[in-house]
Design a binder for this molecule. Structure first.
Ligand code: URP
Ligand code: ZN
Ligand code: ZN
Length: 473
């Protein structure tokens, strides 16, 4: 199968030029001016950007959490991702306490196999890591293509691991070519504050945010970086939400420490006032209960500065949707029972283009870098993914930079009954999406099938230095 994309403006993390692209089967084979080869399919990309497919390095499909299960499975979630211009997700498998890590990986393979619209990989959430289990970590890194691991400083009694376990995991993973991704929040102190609030009868959704201070996140980030320094390895902070936490990453990076961090669209475009909404019988704010919580609005400008200065390298979604009806309602009388998380896998690329590029905050190259190239590099997928180059997988998005769209739960494809950005108009829409050379979205209509996506074994991670994706914008 030969596909020719003609007349487009190719944008990567570093390039910006007009050329045609020939795709043979799953791979980009020729890039050049006015290509006249024969092809089975010709796509006219005149007036459009031609960018590498988005990589969302943080999703939770079909995840048991908070007494329920996230509302998107690997079929609906990846179909929605494809509509939004994302062609790879890295989802989180979970090892329950006492469970074998290999067994946990098998479970997540079963959840995803044959269902996805786009390619996928796994991080492994480790909740239990005695010395005897380190060999399983080694096997994941060397044989299974799972080279990153998430550990939690939050959610005591469920996911939290102690500092000794974190240090052990960091040292071992670092030696073997793996990376620890840290949920950095002081969950033990937060738990104290939460219990105090509940005893005092403060049960509404907004108290989720009010009981998780920015200092608790900053302390977690600081500790995670210090532990990584002691373990002589890199660390990646997930879903960083606020300036207090960002300062800790910046301080470390200024000293040359290989600390990396992602933020998410919700921290760039939403704020605490959404939690404080009192519609739906005082419960509307539950739609925005996520962890870390939404912060005061002024943090947003600081996060954008972090993105511009490369103290934040990646924007992922932390897509973890729960329906407002029946799922969020589990916490109707107690905010601590509201399942934490929100939908976002479909809206990331348009939100960041609109709020970043169209708003003049970042360049179009930086847009590609933070949504695709940097996660590919950090997580061992580059150059197969994350760029438009000869030999790379033909994960290509034809993106209309002028087209406008209004975000709504009525039109989105995520399997959830609300959208955090309801009614927001954005400029920049993925029109046609190719996943490994196959058109899966054509003129905004899904034309693929479940099972088009493949599991990606990722390479070992090399982040001894801090310069990955270090491009000034
Ligand atoms: O609220 C969130 N973020 N839910 C997903 C779990 C996590 O900590 O990433
Ligand atoms: Zn987390
Ligand atoms: Zn998450």
């Amino acid at each position: 199968m030969r596909t020719l994309i003609k007349n487009g403006r190719i944008v990567t993390a570093v390039d910006d030029y007009h050329a045609d692209i020939l795709i043979e089967d799953e791979t980009i084979t020729v890039i050049g001016q006015r290509l006249e080869m024969e092809a089975d399919k010709i796509i006219d990309a005149k007036g459009k950007l031609v960018i590498p497919g988005g990589i969302d390095a943080h999703t939770h499909m079909d995840m048991p959490f908070g007494g329920t299960t996230s509302a998107d499975d690997f079929r609906t979630g990846t179909l929605a991702a494809a509509h939004g211009g994302t062609t790879t997700i890295i989802d989180f498998a979970i090892q329950n306490k006492g469970q074998s890590i290999i067994g946990a990986l098998d479970t997540w393979h079963e959840k995803a196999a044959g269902k996805t619209a786009i390619d996928y990989a796994f991080h492994m959430i480790v909740t239990d890591l005695p010395h005897e289990r380190l060999k399983e970590v080694k096997r994941l890194i060397h044989d299974e293509g799972v080279t990153s691991f998430k550990m939690f400083m939050a959610y005591p009694g469920v996911l939290l691991v102690d500092d000794a376990t974190i240090f052990r995991g960091m040292s071992f993973a670092g030696e073997e070519g793996g990376l620890i991704c840290m949920h950095a929040e002081n969950g033990v102190v937060i738990n104290e504050i939460v219990q105090r609030a509940l005893q005092e009868g403060r049960t509404a959704p907004k108290f989720h945010a009010l009981t998780r201070p920015t200092k608790a996140e900053a302390e977690g980030v600081n500790r995670a970086i210090a532990l990584a320094e002691m373990a002589e390895t890199a660390v990646y902070i997930v879903h960083l939400s606020c300036y207090d936490a960002l300062k800790k990453v910046k301080e470390a990076r200024d000293e040359g420490i290989p600390a990396f961090a992602e933020t998410c669209p919700q921290y760039l475009f939403l704020d605490y006032s959404y939690n404080a909404q009192e519609g739906s019988e005082g419960f509307e704010g539950a739609k925005y209960v996520m962890t870390p919580p939404l912060r005061e609005k002024w943090n947003q400008d600081q996060l954008w500065t972090g993105i511009r200065m490369n103290d934040l390298q990646v924007i992922s979604t932390d897509h973890c949707p729960f329906c407002f009806k029946e799922q969020k309602e589990l916490g109707k009388n107690d905010f601590s029972k509201i399942p934490n998380g929100g939908p976002g896998v479909e809206t990331r690329m348009s939100l960041i283009y609109n709020g970043g590029v169209a708003a003049g905050r970042i360049s179009v190259n930086r847009f590609v870098e933070i949504t695709s190239t940097a996660p590919a590099k950090i997580f061992g997928l580059f150059p197969r993914k994350g760029t438009i180059a000869v030999g790379s997988d033909a994960d290509v998005v034809i993106f209309d930079p002028d087209k406008k769209m209004t975000i709504s739960a009525k039109t989105h494809h995520m399997n959830v009954d609300y959208n955090c950005y309801e009614g927001m108009q954005v400029q920049g829409v993925p029109v046609t999406v190719l996943s490994r050379g196959k058109v899966v979205v054509e003129n905004e209509k899904y034309v693929g099938k479940a099972g088009d996506g493949k599991f990606l074994k990722r390479s070992q991670i090399q982040l001894k230095h801090k310069e990955v994706a270090a491009v000034a914008h």
